[in-house]
Ligand binder design. Structure first.
Ligand SMILES: *[C@@H]1O[C@H](CO)[C@@H](O)[C@H](O)[C@H]1NC(C)=O
Ligand SMILES: *[C@@H]1O[C@H](CO)[C@@H](O)[C@H](O)[C@H]1NC(C)=O
Ligand SMILES: *[C@@H]1O[C@H](CO)[C@@H](O)[C@H](O)[C@H]1NC(C)=O
Ligand SMILES: *[C@@H]1O[C@H](CO)[C@@H](O)[C@H](O)[C@H]1NC(C)=O
Length: 400
C-alpha cells in the first residue's frame, strides 16, 4: 500500500506535467528562419477586406494584429505604410487604416510569443514622399533608426498618426516606392544598414519592385544595396510578367539574384494578390496553377517564399473547405505545415483536383478551435497513460 501511495503522488505530479506539456503546444511557434524557402510574408495595415464578415458572420474588422501573428501560416508581417516622409522637420507619418491603427500595440506579442518578423514599409500607392537629394535621404536613415529605437520622443510620428509602437522596435524596413521618384533610396538603405550594425539584434531590409525588370524606380536600390528579401509584385502587369501568364519572368529575377545583387544570399519572394479584389490582375484562383507556379519557383536557388497582398484579404478569401488562401499557399510551400494540419492535409492530397470558389469569408476562430481540441486530446492521452501505469504498478505490487 505504501508503494501505491508513492505512486499516487507520482500520478498527481504526472498530471501536472502532462498539463504543462499540453500548454506548450499552444506556444509551438517556429523560430523565424531567414534562409528558409517556405516563408510567407503578408502586408498588413490597409485592411482591404474592411466591412467583410466571415462564415460565422463575425466582422473581420475586429481582428487584431496578433490574430494574424498567431497564424502559423505567416512568417513576416509588413506594416504598411509610412506614407509621408521625410516630412516637415523629418516628422514622417505612418498611415494605417483606422481599424488597424488601434491595435499595433500587439507588435511585442507578435515578436516574442509568435516569433514573427515585423517590417515597416515605406511608400505605397497613396502618400507624399520622396527625397530631394542623397544627403536628405541619408539623414532620414538616421532619423528612422532613432525613431525605431525610440530614442527621441520629439520625433514620434505625430498628429493623427503618432508612432504607434510603444517601446518596441520593429525588425526592419521595406521599400514599396510607387510614385516614380527614385532619388535617395540607395543611400537611405545604406544609412539604415550602417545603423543596424550598431545593434546586436538582426535587422532586415527588403524591397517590393513590380515584376518588369529593370524596375523603373527601385533599380538603383536593388542593384547597389544589400537587401535581404525582394518581394516581387507579380500582379498588375498582365501584359509583361504576371505569374499566371506566359511572360512570367521569374528567371530574369533569378538571374539578377545570381549575378547582380550585392547580397549573394538574397531571397526572392513570389508576390501574389491574396484575393480577386486585391489587385487588378494576377490573382491565381486555380489551385493546380498556384501549385505549379509556387513549386516551380521554389525549385530555384534564392527562392524565399511567397508574399501576399494583403493579410485581411488572405483570410477573407477561402476555399470550399473553409481554408484561408494564406493557409493554402503555406501548405504548398511547407510540408511541415501541411502535416501539422492533418485533416486538411488529407483533403489537399488531391490538391490538383480541388476547384476553388470565391465566397464568403474564413472561419474566424476555427484555427484556434482546432488547436485547442488538439490540446485536450494530448492532455487526456497523457492522463490515460498515467492512470494505466498506476493500475499496472498497484496490481503488480499487491501481487508481490
Ligand atoms: C533554415 O532553413 C534552411 C534552408 O531550408 C535549413 O537548411 C536550415 O537548417 C534551417 N535552419 C533552422 C535553424 O531550422
Ligand atoms: C449578420 O450580422 C448582421 C449584423 O449584425 C445582421 O444584420 C445579418 O442579418 C447577419 N447575417 C446572418 C446571415 O446571420
Ligand atoms: C551633402 O553633404 C556633403 C557633406 O556633408 C556636402 O559637402 C554636400 O554639399 C551636400 N550636398 C548637397 C546636395 O546638399
Ligand atoms: C515597454 O512597455 C511595456 C508595456 O507598456 C512595459 O511592460 C515594459 O516594461 C516596457 N519596457 C521597457 C524596456 O521600457
Amino acid at each position: 500500500m505504501n508503494y501505491c501511495f508513492i505512486i499516487l503522488n507520482l500520478l498527481i505530479l504526472s498530471i501536472h506535467l502532462s498539463f504543462a506539456d499540453s500548454q506548450l503546444i499552444n506556444s509551438d511557434y517556429q523560430q523565424f528562419n531567414s534562409t528558409s524557402n517556405s516563408n510567407v510574408a503578408v502586408y498588413w495595415g490597409q485592411h482591404s477586406a474592411a466591412y467583410s464578415t466571415d462564415v460565422y458572420n463575425n466582422s473581420i474588422d475586429t481582428r487584431s494584429l496578433s490574430f494574424y501573428c498567431s497564424q502559423q501560416s505567416i512568417d513576416i508581417i509588413i506594416l504598411s505604410f509610412i506614407s509621408n516622409f521625410p516630412g516637415t522637420n523629418y516628422n514622417p507619418k505612418i498611415k494605417l487604416s483606422s481599424f488597424e491603427y488601434s491595435n499595433t500595440n500587439d507588435i511585442r506579442t507578435c515578436q516574442q510569443k509568435f516569433n514573427k518578423k515585423i517590417l515597416l514599409s515605406l511608400g505605397g500607392e497613396a502618400g507624399t514622399y520622396g527625397f530631394k537629394d542623397e544627403n536628405e535621404s541619408e539623414e532620414f536613415g538616421d532619423i528612422l533608426w532613432k525613431i525605431n529605437k525610440n530614442k527621441i520622443s520629439s520625433y514620434q510620428l505625430q498628429n493623427k498618426y503618432p508612432r504607434p509602437f510603444g517601446n518596441v522596435s520593429i525588425d526592419g524596413f521595406d521599400f514599396d516606392i510607387e510614385n516614380g521618384q527614385s532619388t535617395g533610396y540607395a543611400s537611405l538603405a545604406n544609412s539604415l544598414r550602417k545603423n543596424f550594425k550598431t545593434s546586436k539584434k538582426k535587422y532586415y531590409l527588403s524591397a517590393a519592385p513590380e515584376c518588369p525588370y529593370p524596375d523603373n524606380v527601385l533599380q538603383e536600390l536593388i542593384e547597389k544595396t544589400e537587401l535581404d528579401f525582394i518581394f516581387i509584385q507579380f500582379y498588375n502587369n498582365i501584359q509583361n510578367c504576371n505569374a499566371d501568364t506566359k511572360k512570367f519572368n521569374w528567371d530574369t529575377w533569378l538571374e539578377y539574384a545570381k549575378t547582380i545583387s550585392p547580397n549573394k544570399d538574397v531571397k526572392l519572394f513570389l508576390g501574389l494578390p491574396a484575393s480577386l479584389d486585391s489587385a487588378s490582375n494576377g490573382y491565381i484562383n486555380d489551385y493546380s496553377l498556384l501549385y505549379k507556379v509556387i513549386t516551380d519557383s521554389q525549385a530555384s536557388e534564392h527562392f524565399g517564399g511567397v508574399m501576399l497582398w494583403e493579410a485581411s484579404d488572405g483570410f477573407m478569401n477561402h476555399d470550399m473547405n473553409k481554408e484561408p488562401y494564406i493557409n493554402v499557399v503555406k501548405s504548398i510551400l511547407d510540408e511541415n505545415f501541411r502535416m501539422k494540419r492533418k485533416l486538411w492535409a488529407m483533403q489537399t492530397e488531391f490538391i490538383m483536383d480541388i476547384r476553388t470558389i470565391n465566397q464568403p469569408p474564413v472561419p474566424n476562430s476555427a484555427l484556434f478551435k482546432s488547436r485547442n481540441i488538439y490540446n485536450y486530446i494530448t492532455f487526456y492521452q497523457n492522463c490515460l497513460l498515467v492512470i494505466f501505469m498506476y493500475l499496472f504498478f498497484c496490481i503488480g505490487f499487491s501481487l508481490l
